[in-house]
Design a binder for this molecule. Structure first.
Ligand SMILES: C[S@@+](CC[C@H](N)C(=O)[O-])C[C@H]1O[C@@H](n2cnc3c(N)ncnc32)[C@H](O)[C@@H]1O
Length: 198
């Protein structure tokens, strides 16, 4: 129900923009698999082997060839600048150190590559934010889900250029397309300067 209410169209929005060598972090049960364009070469990382088993079955059913790996998005096993696009949906709300994951995404993206996200975030509307604050302890305890995060802050701090940012559903849902600058070394990131959040 939450999926339909909050995220309808979001998976399609994110996946349709991914191109070339694509990494999806925290791929879960592979709910995004049907939405990737033909021709992308997909690698999926997920902490839970049980979730990954479901994703593998889904990929088989769809006839999609995916390189699945059990792994930690906070410490990716891939060499730097390996991917053209990185996708994360409802992932940074769950990964314990989301800043570390964003830094890893930046590392494995080629210069000019894009990070595509669908997330639920801290609403800018006070009553909604208060409701999120009340709910968060329960969501953390039973789902490991953070309701008050602001992933875009981390994208700016890691030197990404946010090209598209769409907020909807009372400010709870965010779709983001962010680019790693072509001259990434000069752009800062965890080793350099930070940019202000607009
Ligand atoms: C809310 S689910 C979302 C799954 C999927 N991205 C989707 O959109 O359906 C969050 C996923 O993040 C995974 N996860 C949590 N911490 C992780 C980490 N450090 N590295 C990789 N995956 C992680 C969980 O196992 C879970 O599958």
């Amino acid at each position: 129900m939450f999926e339909l209410l909050l995220f309808a169209g979001g998976r399609e929005w994110v996946c349709s923009q991914a191109e070339g060598e694509v990494l999806e972090i925290a791929v879960g049960t592979g709910r995004n698999l049907p939405h990737y364009r033909d021709g992308v070469r997909l690698t999926g990382v997920e902490l839970s082997p049980a979730m990954l088993a479901i994703a593998r079955a889904r990929a088989r059913d769809l006839g999609r060839d995916v390189d699945f790996r059990v792994g930690d998005a906070q410490a990716l096993e891939f060499p730097s600048e390996r991917f053209d696009s990185v996708v994360a949906t409802l992932a940074l709300c769950t990964i314990p150190d989301e800043r570390a994951a964003v830094a890893e995404v930046r590392r494995v993206l080629r210069p000019g590559g894009r990070f595509l996200l669908l997330e639920h975030v801290c609403s800018p509307m006070l009553p909604i934010r208060l409701a999120e604050r009340l709910l968060e302890p329960l969501m953390l305890r039973f789902k490991g889900d953070h309701l008050l995060r602001e992933p875009v802050d981390h994208l700016h701090a890691e030197g990404f250029v946010v090209e598209r940012l769409e907020r909807s559903k009372l400010g709870i849902v965010e779709r983001v397309a962010a680019r790693k600058p072509a001259d990434a070394a000069a752009a800062g990131g965890s080793r350099g300067s930070t940019s202000p959040v607009p």
